[in-house]
Design a binder for this molecule. Structure first.
Ligand SMILES: [Zn+2]
Length: 257
């Protein structure tokens, strides 16, 4: 593809960067602490780790991420309850997003924020929609909770079509596209990265386990992605979601001044 100057967004990014990439990890597990964070830090990269805080041992689980917070990674909000659609469950009358109101979800994300702030205070934080789902209610009463996230967070990470990323000018910061990397080959990941580099966009990649069975991304493929990012480090801005979002909000501010 040979982009012309009207298609690319290079001016949106700081310095000489042509595009932005955010590496994000959901739900917390050992492979994030033992493989993902050290692999990124060895190359000077920082990412975003989205944690929910609804289990009885939530304080211990959050505390394990203190070294990552201190190293400059973002620990993001992923609700207290990690509530997804009740359609995932089989029993009649199951609870889920369909049985929640906007007030319910707002109370949940604010409680999650209170818990996260005890361990990981920061000026602004991003949010990730559990199961990439952005609604409460169902049918005639189904409503988007994106406006709640827009009110309280610098950014919200949703999902998009395959290989889809974010225009720095036109994305909805409260409902950003992301690409899940489950079971994806390194060459496929690099292909998506290459595509974004020439278009000047912001690609958010979502992972759960590195090398694990549950929603896993193989460690060899993960390393291959890091090697590509390292090779392209002068052209690709690798940064946490909150940092890139704050930069884009600053661009909008400057344009309006
Ligand atoms: Zn999750």
């Amino acid at each position: 593809m040979s982009p012309n100057s009207s298609q690319v967004n290079f001016d949106a990014w700081p310095g000489e960067y042509n595009c932005a990439v955010s590496l994000t990890y959901d739900d917390g597990n050992d492979t994030q602490l033992n493989i993902a964070a050290p692999g990124m830090e060895a190359r000077g990269f920082r990412g975003t780790f989205y944690l929910s805080s609804g289990r009885d041992d939530w304080e211990e689980r959050l505390a394990r991420y203190l070294p990552l917070h201190e190293a400059g990674h973002e620990v993001g909000n992923h609700t207290v309850g990690h509530t997804c659609s009740r359609n995932f469950r089989d029993e009649p009358g199951a609870q889920g997003l369909e049985t929640m109101s906007l007030d319910d979800i707002e109370a949940d994300v604010l409680e999650a924020e209170r818990r996260l702030s005890m361990f990981f205070p920061r000026e602004s934080r991003s949010f990730a929609y559990p199961c990439y789902m952005t609604h409460v209610g169902s049918g005639l009463t189904r409503q988007s909770y994106v406006p709640i996230i827009a009110k309280h967070f610098v950014a919200g990470r949703g999902q998009g079509e395959y290989g889809f990323s974010n225009s720095p000018h036109n994305c909805d910061l409260a409902c950003l596209a992301s690409q899940p990397l489950e079971h994806m080959r390194g060459e496929e990941i690099v292909g998506i990265l290459d595509h974004d580099l020439v278009r000047g966009r912001w690609l958010i990649l979502t992972m759960h386990q590195i090398g694990g069975a549950r929603l896993g991304t193989a460690q060899s493929e993960f390393e291959r992605m890091l090697e590509w990012l390292d090779r392209e480090r002068e052209r690709v801005w690798v940064a946490p979601v909150a940092e890139v979002a704050a930069h884009l909000r600053g661009n909008v501010q400057t344009a309006n001044d």
